[in-house]
Design a binder for this molecule. Structure first.
Ligand SMILES: C[S@@+](CC[C@H](N)C(=O)[O-])C[C@H]1O[C@@H](n2cnc3c(N)ncnc32)[C@H](O)[C@@H]1O
Length: 284
């Protein structure tokens, strides 16, 4: 590992298999990954060379979505499910740039996220990171930090960004996505995105390959993701390729792509049938 956090117990980290947090983090320019994560990405890129662009387009969408939620929708509390390893412009940093009083609870299943998140958040009283499995929504809702920081009498945003593909249909993704928003007050928002394929056969090949590597995964079609969102009001422009979700030429850039991955940059300009799809939905 290139950059060990001070308080990581290496024995607690799964190192015999790749993890989503570390592999995705590498595509964003992060240093906290192992050879097994990088090899997983190399293997995935052989069949799905769009993935570097897709990861980075999602992370840029995250910035625009959080900015909208704070500036335009007046949201002051966030639960970020499957938050990933800290990088530039994490949710609390984007949100607190526009409203310093914003509260954020980060949730991730990978213990490496907690280790690095703690270091990042040492001086931030209104932001915390917890290790929990979002498939067990009760473990999130009952967590003392969630009870301490999130007020269910006020609007909130719950984010599942580049996370819904980790919830195969057998896990009942609708239940997982809707547990918190269904009990939240009117004006709350659900943010979600995932990798989709217009051709379900290509999506099925991708799902089988990533699942075989040990990472739960289901590439859906746009319609399949949309079906999980009934009863909520789409924020314009609705659920779309995240590239097209309110583009902002002035948003800050991501960390540079690792040198090895630069040949993959720009592939989604040509291959348009595999992409990150998502948006924001408002609870009426
Ligand atoms: C592709 S990353 C997305 C990170 C971040 N949300 C973003 O949009 O930049 C997916 C994250 O979801 C986390 N994850 C996957 N399954 C999870 C689960 N069942 N519970 C909590 N986190 C999970 C992974 O550990 C990883 O950090």
């Amino acid at each position: 590992m290139a950059n060990d956090g001070d308080d990581i117990d290496p024995a607690a980290l799964p190192t015999a298999v790749p993890t989503s947090a570390r592999a995705y983090g590498w595509m964003l320019g992060g240093k906290d990954n192992y050879e097994i994560d990088r090899q997983f990405i190399r293997n995935t890129l052989q069949g799905f060379p769009e993935c570097v662009d897709i990861a980075r387009q999602n992370r840029e969408f995250l910035y625009r979505a959080v900015k909208y939620l704070v500036q335009d929708a007046g949201i002051r509390q966030f639960i970020d499910m499957g938050c990933g390893l800290p990088t530039d412009n994490n949710v609390h940093q984007v949100a607190q740039r526009f409203a310093p009083d914003v509260t954020v609870v980060y949730v991730d299943i990978d213990p490496i996220v907690l280790a690095h998140g703690r270091a990042l958040l040492a001086d931030n009283a209104t932001t915390t990171v917890i290790t929990a499995d979002m498939r067990d929504q009760a473990s999130v809702l009952d967590h003392p930090d969630v009870k301490r920081l999130i007020n269910f009498d006020e609007p909130l945003a719950v984010l599942f960004l580049s996370v819904v593909h980790h919830l195969p249909d057998a896990e009942n993704p609708r239940r997982i996505l809707r547990t918190i928003i269904d009990r939240a007050v009117s004006g709350s928002h659900l943010g979600l995105s995932q990798v989709v394929a217009d051709d379900p056969r290509r999506g099925a090949v991708m799902s089988a390959q990533i699942t075989a590597a040990g990472i739960p995964w289901q590439t859906r079609t746009p319609a399949e993701l949309g079906a999980l969102c009934d009863g909520l009001e789409p924020v314009a422009p609705g659920l779309v390729n995240v590239l097209d979700w309110n583009p902002d030429a002035t948003q800050p850039p991501l960390a540079p792509v690792p040198a090895e991955l630069t040949p993959y940059v720009g592939i989604t300009a040509r291959n348009k049938d595999l992409y990150e799809y998502g948006g924001l939905l408002r609870k009426p």
